[in-house]
Design a protein around this ligand. Structure first.
Ligand code: PLP
Length: 286
């Protein structure tokens, strides 16, 4: 396959960055995960915007316009002949020296990786995920704001490891205050008495799928609210699901040993899974 690297397409085997790239040395960079369905890129503009917002928040100037980035993403798909794909644009601070001062990095490194892709949880969409709330806390908005989609995913990886060790398919973070934050790579929703709630976005990534699913829910007549949710809300939920570019809408039917929705995806979750699928099939940038 072909990788977009600093303005050129390079065969994947040859696509490499320097060991002095600060993306590697310090996790100094930002990224996005984007999906294409049926040859159309889902919410392309929103993802590009979030990439540039993440970059701006860390004072990283991406050396191309948002329009050029969007065009490069679409060109990467065309070049690879992909119509259903996962696309990973990354921008690092670039090549510097062993010091962490970003002023030593002359120009950011821009990469776009793409691959054929199907929804990440396979058979689990039918039975639901087992989720584990983890002891690792989501990084605090006061430290590294979770809204920045930076290359510092070690927290998320520690959370995933904890879930793996405890037999879960996905990790759910709490924040410092004990509020539910999000999954290691997706946002979380709770259904109770027919109403849908999801945490505010101060302590998690402002998911693009999250917003799309809220739109689907409202269009289908559900009430949706943002709220501070705690463990009690999860354990007593009628239904739980997570949303993300890679996960799409995925039911959670067990959390910390508590069975949710009788251990099967519930009716609201199924309705939203269907509505979201329809949205991905009928919208997007060709
Ligand atoms: N939360 C985290 C930590 C993520 O990495 C992701 C994935 O991008 C999400 C949530 C879901 O966001 P989106 O729906 O924009 O993919």
């Amino acid at each position: 396959s072909w990788i977009y690297l600093d303005g050129k397409f390079v065969p994947a085997e040859e696509a490499a960055v320097s060991v002095y790239d600060h993306g590697l040395l310090y996790g100094d960079g930002v990224f996005e995960g984007i999906r294409a369905y049926n040859g159309r890129v889902f919410r392309l503009e929103e993802h590009v915007k979030r990439l540039y917002d993440s970059a701006k928040a860390i004072m990283l100037e991406i050396p191309m316009t948002e329009e050029e980035m969007a065009a490069a993403i679409r060109e990467t798909l065309r070049k690879n002949g992909l119509s259903d794909a996962y696309i990973r644009p990354l921008v690092t601070r670039g090549v510097g020296d062993l010091g962490l001062d970003p002023r030593k990095c002359a120009k950011p490194t821009v990469m776009i990786i793409s691959q054929k892709w199907d929804a990440m949880y396979g058979d689990l969409y039918d039975v639901g995920l087992t989720a584990i709330t983890v002891t690792v806390r989501r990084n605090s908005p006061a430290a590294l704001p979770p809204n920045i989609k930076s290359l510092n995913y070690l927290n998320n990886i520690l959370a995933k490891i904890e879930a793996n060790v405890k037999g879960g398919n996905e990790a759910i973070f709490l924040d410092d205050a004990g509020n539910i934050s999000e999954g290691s790579g997706d946002n979380i929703f709770v259904v109770k008495d027919g109403e849908i709630s999801t945490p505010y976005t101060a302590n998690n990534l402002k998911g693009i799928t999250r917003l799309a699913v809220i739109e689907v829910a409202l269009a289908r007549g559900y009430g949706v609210k943002e709220a501070n949710l705690g463990l009690f809300d999860l354990y007593t939920a009628d239904e739980i699901f997570v949303t993300g570019t890679a996960a799409e809408v995925a039911p959670v039917t067990k959390i910390d040993g508590r069975v949710i929705s009788g251990g099967r995806p519930g009716p609201v979750t199924k309705d939203l899974m269907e509505g979201f699928k329809e949205m991905t099939m009928t919208t997007g940038t060709p």
